[in-house]
Design a protein around this ligand. Structure first.
Ligand SMILES: *[C@@H]1O[C@H](CO)[C@@H](O)[C@H](O)[C@H]1NC(C)=O
Ligand SMILES: *[C@@H]1O[C@H](CO)[C@@H](O)[C@H](O)[C@H]1NC(C)=O
Length: 416
């Protein structure tokens, strides 16, 4: 029988110590990072996630003690009993296939009604966190009523690297579910929302579909939301130098260079697969425009892509580089970042309407944003919506809920 490693034990035991130190120093020096300097709860959560991600991959099998099924049917039901009772999401928590559960399935769903597949993040070794489901539910709640009554949402329940399911197992599981939706059941209106490792899954799956499509033409996803997508799995040493996001944001982000530069961690996630592959890590493969412009989701005038990334993320430069080649977002290398002072400067946004050669693109850098902030630091919106179900998107603070407000607007304006 295997047990927790010493490193794992050390990291886990260091968590309460670190949180206590933050608690004690907060009144004097403020919280963690820049955006949450004056928000103790968010600062503690950020430090918790940052330290938790340092736990060795295999040890996470002892931390991730609940399944996605338990998360939906028990944990979220206990935490949000009132909300779920009131909203009555049809088929909530019901299994769709071996690898997925409905968050909501419209009772009279038609083949061309929108289905969003949610691909959760967590480095491929953490299970979905309650906050990720909470933010997703908040997005669903805020959609325009006419759209909301049509949208179904599926949670992909892929197997984790901490239990030995290394990449690209998750790609194969997504394909099983996607195949069933698109090939077997004939749904034609499929979108992805993916954060962090889920963003990696969304992006690599587009490459995967291109290979499948050579044999059988199929429907591509037509709207894709990427939140801090993990596009470069193996960090290179030269990235850890002043002037690069990997170095500059290392002390303040959820992700640390030390964790993700670690060879053992990479091995435990990637397994025997070659990291220099578009199906594993686009950022570790020399970028070519053609690899991406040949994907209908990125080149069709009927598709739309939304990308959210934080100014204070270590992965910021990786996401900007990917977006330059894959989406033609001309920000990387053109501007310096890190100096926004928390304000929404013009250089943080790039929007392009679709044309005959390209999908519509919305690319947002969140001022002082950290990794995956939408799903970890905006989830308290669900409580607000429980108290005040009539809240609309216009009444929300667009900085506090930077990601959720933009995702709702994106879906509302493009899924029509
Ligand atoms: C959603 O978009 C439609 C049309 O694009 C607009 O009429 C409506 O007001 C929007 N609703 C919200 C909640 O933003
Ligand atoms: C997807 O669903 C939306 C909302 O019902 C609809 O307006 C749109 O035409 C659908 N797209 C496709 C490709 O069927």
């Amino acid at each position: 029988m295997s047990v927790l490693t010493l490193t794992g034990l050390y990291v886990i035991l260091s968590i309460p110590v670190k949180l206590l130190l933050l608690l004690l120093s907060y009144p004097f020096v403020g919280g963690f990072g820049r955006k949450y300097k004056h928000h103790l709860g968010h600062s503690l959560r950020l430090l918790l996630c940052r330290t938790g991600l340092m736990v060795p991959v295999r040890d996470c099998a002892y931390i991730c003690i609940y399944s996605n099924e338990v998360l939906l049917k028990t944990i979220i039901k206990i935490l949000h009993r009132n909300y779920l009772n009131k909203e009555k999401l049809n088929d909530y928590g019901k299994r769709y296939d071996e690898n997925s559960f409905w968050i909501v399935k419209q009772p009279d769903i038609k083949k061309n009604d929108p289905i969003i597949v949610y691909l959760h993040g967590g480095g491929y070794y953490f299970e979905t966190m309650p906050s990720q489901i909470e933010s997703l539910l908040a997005v669903q709640k805020l959609l325009d009523p006419s759209l909301r009554s049509k949208v179904s949402i599926l949670l992909l329940d892929y197997k984790l690297a901490c239990r030995g399911y290394t990449m690209p197992n998750q790609l194969n599981e997504l394909h099983q579910t996607y195949k069933r939706l698109a090939f077997e059941e004939g749904y034609t209106n499929i979108s992805f929302i993916g954060d962090s490792a889920g963003g990696n899954l969304a992006v690599t799956y587009l490459q995967y579909l291109k290979l499948v499509n050579e044999k059988t033409p199929i429907v591509y996803p037509n709207k894709v939301v990427l939140i801090s997508p993990w596009v470069k799995v193996a960090i290179e040493e030269h990235q850890y130098a002043p002037g690069n996001s990997m170095y500059d944001n290392d002390p303040i982000d959820m992700i640390q260079y030390r964790a993700f530069h670690d060879v053992d961690r990479a091995k435990a996630i990637v397994g025997p697969s070659n990291v220099h592959s578009l199906l594993i890590s686009p950022g570790n493969t020399p970028y070519k425009h053609d690899d991406w412009t040949s994907i209908p989701t990125l080149s069709s005038p009927t598709s739309d892509i939304l990308v959210l990334v934080g100014e204070d993320e270590v992965f910021r430069d990786d996401v900007l580089t990917w977006a330059k080649y894959a989406l033609g977002v001309p920000l990387y290398g053109k501007y310096k970042y890190g100096d926004s002072e928390g304000k929404n400067l013009n250089k943080l946004t790039y929007i392009r309407k679709s044309d005959e050669k390209s999908a519509g693109i919305r690319f947002y850098i969140e001022p002082w944003g950290v990794h995956d902030s939408t799903l970890f630091f905006e989830s308290h919106l669900l409580r607000k919506l429980t108290k005040n179900p009539k809240l609309t998107i216009d009444a929300l603070d667009q900085d506090e809920f930077f990601g959720i407000t933009r995702i709702v607007k994106f879906l509302n304006e493009t899924l029509t």
